[in-house]
Design a protein around this ligand. Structure first.
Ligand SMILES: Cc1cc2nc3c(=O)[nH]c(=O)nc-3n(C[C@H](O)[C@H](O)[C@H](O)COP(=O)(O)OP(=O)(O)OC[C@H]3O[C@@H](n4cnc5c(N)ncnc54)[C@H](O)[C@@H]3O)c2cc1C
Length: 525
């Protein structure tokens, strides 16, 4: 990692780097950090320069993955049966052709895939920031500052920039001008003037790069059309205030990834793929909305600014007052545990509500919950083993407590449909308390699909619902419906005979529409 484990992650509000400090949010270095209460992993600060090679190494580990750098998608045609794409290698101009079952446009803000489908973006442009990258050994020492990751500058002109360390070992920094007014050419940017204003005096640096970009607050009207899916900045572009952009895109990929894999493997059905947009678009809107609010927090400071740089008692009092307010208000964008990991899929067609009310979605507070739709919460099962280590490629049925009901009906229903499901008994007291019910069905992406205190009588319906083979209407009573009776011959009836009806429907679904039975062999990707 480029940020050493002993480097503090502090945020400081300053008039200039060599001027007054107005407020500070201490954030301890990684090595001294207590373990996160809600995650087996810790907060990491990592520039995309280093993150992309990590992703690349990970992707290369899979034998079926081929990476083609410097290759452009020129066009594609999607039909009911598959997708056919034309690509070109940029250096050699060599053209190629790819046949696939599906295409996922992760092609960024100007997504050609999205534009080809004539899918529009809802939202607005917030401004035109400038990024200036530079190397400045001893910047902190020269300015009399202790190691800090993020400086936010506030002068008579308001909150106008931030200076953040990219690589403390190699003295690499980035100055972001929050809004340079209108879209400029990078060549026309007066780097020296911006740097002087941020540092508070002239400074000789090695310039590494300049970029001008557009700060947007937009969400795509659709996330998918037929066999074409969109993910990442192609469907949501948000202000980096709050550090949510890539996190939101990775969330899209995690949600879509297991669903595509399930359909290609034959056990996922049609509603699984359509649940992608239903689950992820509301999260895109939520995150874009919050990031925009965090950006607006930067713009509201005009009172008292006239005195903020003064070396006087009035200036000191203004800085004290503003320091508290800045940490409280702008500081919100660094206190986002609820926003980062508290998202949940309400109204998902492939999660089965258990009737419990939703808890508040507070950006600063994370409420661990195994309510259907939520991310199954983390619990340490032993010193180095999180409950997360149980989740992965298939469904996991947790039996919580040694006396938890037997889950074999769900296992049988899953096996009949070739849905990968393993049952695990967990006796850890904290897990039992946190997960609240004795049986909890966790999806491959770690979200809870269903939970209950008794084995569902209609196990087939539960499995069909979570694999996208059955629409949810009229299935809010899937736990153990009240008024259930079991007759001597073992036939279970509820007042509306839900079980028999639903079983009939699910069998029909399997016979008629399941991709298991598709005669067409899967296409090569
Ligand atoms: C200043 C700033 C700070 C940020 N900080 C954070 C942060 O702290 N945390 C966070 O989570 N996010 C952050 N983000 C957001 C994050 O960078 C983006 O959300 C993320 O990079 C989007 O990833 P993506 O893969 O969807 O799109 P991109 O990163 O834009 O990648 C799209 C790729 O598709 C390629 N492409 C485009 N068209 C074609 C084509 N026709 N054929 C082939 N390839 C094509 C492009 O070359 C590019 O490589 C920040 C963004 C900015 C601007």
């Amino acid at each position: 990692m480029p940020v050493p484990p002993d480097y503090p992650l502090d945020v400081a509000f300053v008039t200039t780097l060599s001027g007054h400090e107005i407020g500070r949010m201490p954030r301890p270095p990684r090595m001294s950090e207590q373990p996160e209460p809600h995650s087996p992993t810790r907060l990491q600060v990592c520039s995309q320069m280093w993150f992309d090679p990590i992703l690349q190494r990970f992707a290369r580990r899979f034998p079926h993955v081929r990476l083609h750098y410097r290759t452009r998608l020129e066009s594609f045609v999607a039909s009911e049966n598959g997708v056919s794409a034309k690509v070109v290698e940029i250096e050699s101009s060599q053209r190629g052709h790819i046949e696939a079952d599906y295409i996922v446009g992760c092609d960024g803000a100007n997504s050609m895939v999205r534009r080809s489908l004539s899918i529009g973006l809802d939202g607005k442009t917030l401004g035109h920031p400038v990024h200036l990258y530079f190397r400045a050994p001893n910047l902190l020492e020269m300015c009399g500052r202790k190691p800090t990751t993020f400086f936010i500058t506030v002068d008579r002109g308001g909150v106008w920039s931030n200076v953040r360390v990219i690589d403390p070992v190699n003295a690499m920094w980035r100055l972001m001008v929050l809004d340079a007014g209108s879209a400029l050419d990078a060549e026309a940017v007066d780097r020296e003037a911006y740097l002087r204003r941020a540092v508070g005096r002239p400074l000789k640096v090695e310039w590494l790069g300049t970029s001008v970009w557009t700060r947007r607050s937009v969400v795509s009207q659709r996330y998918a059309k037929g066999r074409v899916f969109l993910a990442g900045d192609a469907v949501h572009q948000l202000s980096p205030t709050g550090a949510l952009g890539m996190n939101t895109g990775i969330g899209d990929a995690v949600d879509l990834g297991w669903k595509l894999a399930a359909v290609l493997a034959g056990w996922g059905d049609t509603d699984l793929l359509s649940s992608y947009e239903i689950e992820r678009r509301p999260i895109g809107m939520r995150n874009v909305g919050m990031a925009t609010e965090f950006y607006r927090d930067h713009q509201k400071w005009d009172d008292d600014l006239a005195f903020i740089e003064d070396d006087s008692a009035v200036g000191a009092e203004v800085r004290r007052r503003m320091g508290e307010a800045l940490v409280r208000d702008i500081g919100r964008m660094f206190r986002t545990i609820g926003l980062q990991i508290g998202y949940r899929y309400e109204n998902s067609p492939i999660c089965i509500p258990d009737g419990t009310p939703p808890y508040p979605d507070d950006p600063e507070i994370f409420v661990p919950s195994a309510r259907p739709g939520s991310r199954a919460p983390h619990v340490w099962l032993s010193e180095n083993r999180s409950i997360f280590d149980l989740y992965g490629r298939g469904f996991v049925l947790l039996r919580l407590g040694a006396d938890a009901p037997d889950g074999s009906r769900l296992e049988t229903a899953a096996a009949q449909r070739r849905v990968p499901l393993k049952t695990v008994t967990v006796t850890d007291r904290e897990a039992i308390q946190l997960y609240e019910k004795q049986l909890v069905l966790v999806r491959p992406d770690g979200h809870v699909a269903w939970r209950g205190d008794t084995t569902p009588l209609d196990a087939a319906t539960v499995i069909d619902r979570v694999r996208g083979a059955q629409r949810p209407s009229g299935f809010h009573t899937l736990g153990i419906p009240s008024g259930t009776t079991t007759s001597a011959n073992g036939t279970t009836r509820t007042s509306g005979d839900v079980r028999l009806e639903s079983e009939k429907r699910s069998r029909a679904d399997i016979e008629q529409t399941s991709p298991n039975d598709r005669s067409r062999p899967p296409k090569r990707t």
